[in-house]
Design a protein around this ligand. Structure first.
Ligand code: GLN
Length: 534
């Protein structure tokens, strides 16, 4: 079948959850047996979100091929179990970079380079790239931002052209917001009408409308929206707030959103299957039945819900498959001191020491690592978190008071975490870390191995510094085991303290590869251990 394109746009306000709706559409089509992929276009000028502060943009999600991307790609992978790549996230910056490189090469043969057609053509070329591989029945393209943003205009113009060129092979799903005005006691459709008008004025007629709201909307309101916006009644669905984002695909299925989409492509009649969401429903049912709660502290410095998104989700998947519910609380490492650490962490059965960059909050992470180690609380250190576990061990067990990472102290003689050799001459910031999937071999007699149940693993990375092998023998002689090693360059990937209940630090980011149907083995083992004792 020829590839079909679904464009997902948003109106009225941002943060409506376009990523979740896009992922839900992908999931439902996939559950009908179609081959799908999702891509995200971000209308900002950064080449990728790698250099963005998490306060600006939330977590940076890393693909297996080493692209730093938008956190929505995390949702795509968690919903569909399909690995995304650098082709799945494109920014305005990347589009312009490509166009300017072509201009310098002389590819445009003396033409004046303009937003239309050169930028829009480059957007169209990128949108088509995934479809042209022949690997997908549907390519779902989410456009970041809100209709009406100046930055988004070239993307919408590209969609208008593609819809025109592809005719019945492309549709637009538009997500809007229906506010409830408490003082008047009324739900308001006007913002939706305006936003659809806005799209129409740009030459795009939405085919399907998804109305976001805080509460259930009456059918009569949806029919009114259908009539005002030139959309069929069956093509207006609602997405009220749910207890969890994982309810959304089911809510969409109940309203036959997948059927409406196939119908728009003229495929419904030929497609007798219904989306098989049995495994997904098992996950939701298990989640609903979980009665036991495990309290987990996320020790980090970014006091922002989205900054540790994938860690949050990975813990929550693992808790569900361990038949419990994870109560995950952020504990700001900046305010952890020797004096208050007990008080701050004593109510948690597990501690995650989070990734991060720079000086702020690292001493608190080191104190938290010490607390977990000395009180035998299960602890998982991720990337910078693992590095802090190593520094804590060096200071307290090996007795090297000045132990540190070269990132924080360039002078120390005990630079137990050091800059990677390959990083020493790099001066550019963007896209220059160790990024993406690297192999690791686990020692058979380790806790990490018993979690993974396999010797060879591949996990995603995003860091510049690493365990300094010069000190490896000292650590091992004092009870910290280097249980995971990169077979190519001998770098330490996993450390653990075998005498402790569960104390594991990983240089990589296991959280990126946990999905709803395949929770990550390390998180599974972590929660299993927490649960075993409670
Ligand atoms: N700042 C550390 C490094 O660059 C850790 C990075 C991270 O936690 N992702 O090595």
């Amino acid at each position: 079948m020829e590839t079909k394109y679904i464009f997902v746009t948003g109106g009225v306000v941002s943060s409506l959850g376009k990523g979740i709706i896009s992922a839900s559409i992908a999931k439902l089509l996939q559950a009908r047996g179609f081959r799908i992929t999702i891509q995200k276009y971000d209308p900002y000028i950064n080449i990728d979100p790698g250099t963005l502060n998490p306060y600006e943009h939330g977590e940076c999600y890393v693909t297996i091929d080493g692209q730093e991307t938008d956190l929505d790609l995390g949702h795509y992978e968690r919903f569909t179990d399909i690995k995304t790549t650098r082709a799945n996230n494109i920014t305005t910056g990347r589009i312009y970079q490509n166009v300017m490189e072509k201009e310098r090469r002389g590819d445009y043969l003396g033409k004046t380079i303009q937003v239309v057609p050169h930028i829009t053509d480059e957007i169209k070329r990128n949108i088509r790239l995934l479809g042209n591989t022949g690997e997908f029945d549907f390519v779902i393209t989410e456009i970041g931002g809100t209709v009406g943003d100046i930055e988004g205009l070239p993307f919408l113009e590209a969609i208008r052209q593609l819809k025109w060129e592809m005719k019945e092979r492309a549709i637009c799903v538009h997500l809007t917001y229906v506010p409830y005005i408490a003082a008047a006691g009324e739900l308001k459709t006007k913002p939706t009408q305006h936003s659809v008008n806005n799209l129409q004025s740009l030459g795009i007629q939405p085919d399907i409308l998804v109305l976001r709201a805080e509460h259930e909307l009456p059918r009569s309101l949806m029919d009114k929206v259908a009539a005002f916006c030139n959309v069929e009644k069956t093509c207006v669905v609602q997405s009220p707030d749910q207890a969890s984002i994982y309810e959304v695909p089911i809510k969409m299925q109940q309203q036959r959103l997948d059927t409406a989409i196939l119908d728009k492509f003229g495929m419904e009649a030929q497609h007798a299957f219904v989306a098989n969401m049995d495994a997904w429903m098992d996950f939701l049912n298990r989640r609903a039945k979980a009665t036991k709660t495990v309290a987990i502290a996320l020790v980090g410095k970014y006091d922002l819900q989205d900054a540790y998104k994938s860690i949050h989700e990975a813990l929550s998947h693992a808790a569900t498959y361990n038949d419990c519910c994870a109560k995950i609380c952020f504990v700001n490492s900046e305010f952890i001191t020797e004096e208050n650490v007990c008080e701050k962490l004593q109510n948690y059965q597990g501690i995650v020491i989070c990734p991060g960059f720079g000086q702020r909050g690292i001493e608190g992470k080191i104190i938290a690592a010490r607390y977990a180690r000395e009180h035998d609380v299960p602890a998982l250190g991720i990337c910078l978190g693992m590095q802090m576990m190593v520094i804590e061990y060096a200071r307290m067990v090996l007795g090297w008071q000045d132990a540190n990472s070269r990132e924080m102290d360039g002078e120390t003689t005990h630079n137990v975490i050091d800059l990677m050799e390959e990083q020493k001459h790099i001066t550019k910031m963007g896209g220059t870390m160790r990024l993406g999937g690297y192999e690791c071999v686990l020692s058979k007699d380790s806790k990490a191995y018993s979690a993974y149940q396999t010797e060879h693993i591949t996990e995603r990375h995003r860091h510049r510094y690493e365990f300094n092998n010069q000190f490896r023998a000292d650590f091992e002689a004092h009870g910290m085991k280097c249980s995971g090693i990169n077979p190519e360059n001998n770098l330490v990937e996993v450390v653990e303290v075998p005498s402790h209940r569960w104390y594991i630090g990983v240089q990589y980011h296991p959280e990126y590869s946990s999905t709803v149907l395949h929770p990550h083995p390390l998180f599974m083992d972590f929660i299993r251990e927490i649960k075993a004792v409670e």
